[in-house]
Design a protein. Structure first.
Length: 153
């Protein structure tokens, strides 16, 4: 169902030789910068978003920012321009795709699927540096039927 997002995340893992977890925040920022965007950590923002060529992320915990940066990178990688100016259905579809991309990037198939058999959600949360809810959503991607067009978490 989110095969394109999975493949794009695997591409970035290979290109940047990402092999340590949790992925360092600076590495996610560098990938975004390499794509032609600036990154701004803002204490005034409560949600992440892209405005023009700047990714804004709230000044929160690393676990939260890791997901936010990956999510916004998902919008960049999936060419979601003006995500806030589209109809409600398309916006939901774009957000689900960006979420899936972020989950695959932070918890890649080549190690997460194996780790899921050995560790509980709390251990996985610590290893990948994300909230437990993200681990649960990522595990759900393994069992999702591939014939559905999209799924909103």
């Amino acid at each position: 169902m989110f095969n394109t997002q999975r493949m794009k995340s695997v591409f970035l893992h290979q290109k940047y030789k990402i092999s340590t977890f949790p992925i360092p925040i600076w590495e996610l920022e560098q990938i975004i910068i390499d794509r032609g965007y600036d990154v701004c950590i803002s204490s005034k923002s409560q949600a992440s978003f892209i405005l023009s060529t700047t990714v804004f992320v709230p000044n929160l915990s690393d676990t939260h920012n890791r997901f936010c940066l990956s999510h916004e990178l998902g919008h960049i990688m999936c060419n979601h321009y003006d995500v806030y100016r589209v109809d409600k259905y398309t916006k939901s579809k774009y957000e689900a795709q960006a979420d899936a991309f972020a989950l695959y990037l932070i918890m890649p198939p080549f190690c997460f699927d194996r780790d899921l058999e050995q560790f509980n959600e709390w251990d996985l949360s610590e290893k990948y540096g994300v909230p437990v809810e993200s681990v649960i959503k990522r595990a759900a991607l393994i069992t999702e039927p591939s014939n559905k067009e999209m799924r909103i978490f």
